[in-house]
Write a protein that binds this ligand. Structure first.
Ligand SMILES: [Zn+2]
Ligand SMILES: [Zn+2]
Length: 366
């Protein structure tokens, strides 16, 4: 509540400006959180550069962890002092999809944000500020719906916690929830960025026999080994498709595309074994079409193609689970973090990300 510092995007120029903004008081089912860590995700940069449309000005930042300061009326799941992780998954917990356990397909995602025309959660000199994905974490405090927050153990470090709501949920969830990889299965991951590394973690948790990672950058392939990859393939050195077919004995049970390109998506289908599946996770440019060999791959090959959103996650179940797995030493979060920075270093840190930095900078001081 009251005035606080936040990083505001005023134009689609990819620049963040540190300013004083106003945060409203919690209303029904809203929770006020003191932000302790927030990760610099690539998708916030896409918004700041105008590639994903959102009304400006806006406060972004959706990989948030912190401590509950105040719980508004009707909040049943959280109390002051609780450590929480935010998620951009907006769910109503009341529609048919939510009730059937598929909250990642919620029919009323806008139920977690205030209606247009209502008093805004965030404003600056009386002007409405958009709140990125219902969170707005590049700030000292966040006012969010309780359905976008999950409680985590107090001893989980805040920077590691911040990553659980986005890249970890997406990557680990794709292997565990969407694909339901079984012990002994073979897995291919195309693209070893922040999400791809978490797909590797998920496949390892499921007991995959082989986890083959494909990437053009050697340092990403080396990092993938620290997450549990068993084989790495660099397409600049070898024919990736032939190498995958060899490593998996004729094609993989599960192939995850985590780049978002037509060529690698089509390749993912070809890399699957007969009866196997390709999972498309990487965000494609709007309007992209992919071509599939209907007879060879779909009918004779009996392959499935599945699009994945947010790792088919149920945040109230998956975020605490991933927190526990980390605390038990069974989920690698430490190697995802490159360093801790201050809020006013956000532009420099995003410049690093533009240059192709693999791991995350996390803001821990405001
Ligand atoms: Zn993210
Ligand atoms: Zn719903």
């Amino acid at each position: 509540m009251g005035t606080m510092r936040a990083a505001v995007v005023d134009a689609y120029d990819g620049k963040f400006r540190i300013q004083n903004v106003h945060l409203d008081a919690p209303r029904d089912h809203e929770v006020l959180v003191e932000v302790r860590a927030v990760g610099l995700c690539h998708s916030d940069l896409h918004v700041a550069e105008g590639n994903i449309p959102f009304p400006l000005p806006i406060v972004l930042g959706h990989e948030v962890s912190g401590v509950v300061i105040e719980a508004g009326p009707g909040v049943s799941t959280l109390s002051p002092g609780d450590h929480v992780v935010g998620s951009l998954l907006q769910t109503c917990r009341a529609c048919r999809a939510c009730k059937e356990g598929r909250s990642y397909q919620c029919e009323n995602p806008d139920s977690t944000v205030r209606a247009a025309g209502d008093r805004p959660r965030l404003s600056r000199d009386g002007v409405i500020l958009s709140q990125g994905y219902g969170l707005g974490g590049f700030a000292e405090r966040v006012l969010a719906h309780e359905n976008q927050l999950a409680k985590v153990p107090d001893r989980l470090p805040f920077p590691q916690a911040a990553l659980l709501g986005c890249g970890v949920a997406t990557g680990v969830g794709a292997a565990v929830n969407t694909a339901a990889v079984r012990p002994g299965d073979t897995v291919v991951v195309i693209g070893a960025g922040g999400v791809g590394l978490n797909v590797v973690s998920g496949a390892r948790l499921c007991g995959a026999a082989r986890i083959v990672v494909v990437d053009l950058q050697q340092r990403k392939l080396e990092l993938a080994l620290a997450f549990g990859a068993t084989d790495t393939i660099n397409p600049s050195e070898v024919d990736a498709e032939a190498a995958v077919l060899k490593a998996t004995g004729g094609g993989a049970d599960h192939v995850f595309e985590v780049i978002g390109l037509k060529s690698t998506s089509e390749q993912a289908v070809r890399m699957a074994r007969r009866g196997g599946a390709a999972y498309l996770i990487g965000l494609h440019k709007p309007g992209t079409k992919i071509e599939i060999d209907a007879l060879g791959d779909l009918i004779r090959g009996q392959k499935r193609i599945q699009g994945v959103y947010m790792g088919s996650s149920r945040i109230e179940r998956d975020i605490p689970l991933h927190a526990d797995l980390y605390l038990q030493g069974r989920l690698n979060l430490d190697n995802l973090i490159s360093g801790e920075i201050r809020l006013d270093q956000i532009n420099d840190a995003y410049d690093e990300l533009r240059k192709g930095s693999v791991t995350r900078s996390v803001i821990t001081s405001f």
